[in-house]
Design a protein around this ligand. Sequence first.
Ligand code: URA
Length: 252
Amino acid sequence: MTESAGRDGAPVRLQKVLAQAGVASRRASEEMIARGRVEVDGERVRKMGVKVDPATAVIRVDGTRIVLDDTLVYLALNKPRGVHTTMSDDLGRPCVGDLLAGRVDAGQRLFHVGRLDADTEGLLLVTNDGELAHRLMHPSYEVSKTYMATVVGVVSKGLGRQLRAGVELEDGPATVDHFSVLDIHDGRSLVKVVLHEGRKHIVRRLLAEVGHPVEGLVRTRFGGVALGDQRAGSFRKLNRQEVSDLYGAVGL
Ligand code: URA
């Protein structure tokens, strides 16, 4: 809590900040404060009249972090197969930037959180929140990602144990947090892999190393954000809970 200046040069009443962030009406926000549901910079606030600096305050309602900066954008994109994970491509190949052209043209400086191979489909987070993106890509925060892979061959019963124990790759060992077989059909297996690292081609290399080259790969989850049934090539805004979960996952 602070008496320092907000964006327009004045500290702003907490209930007004909550209302402007779309949490609830001013009246309902006052009630939330009175009920002890609101924290500012780690301290529960119950009294009225507290003013905050929206540019720096960390505000939580029921533990969920509220994003106060309305210029920040958080999107979930379903990257189609064949689309490159770049915002523009010198060779003119289809890229993620094409799918976001409307927003890029409108001046938003968006970037993708990590990469998917051109041949991989699925969930790619896109944001202009540099600090969050940086942390989500950093291995030390260990944000988990879920993939569905169609692999060549019928996977053996012991494969999950082997992958969880760790497999030696050319750039060091890799482990998975979870492995399960969803289907076996026509000499191919559909498997689910959850891991928290982001080395290049990690899922393809890992599965090839244990004798099951990947034919198709889809990322279905990144931390608390699920792809769901979003159409390939489309994007949607993350909801408040999803953004808050991402912040929480990287200690923001
Ligand atoms: N692992 C891969 O092999 N490829 C991806 O695109 C993502 C994870």
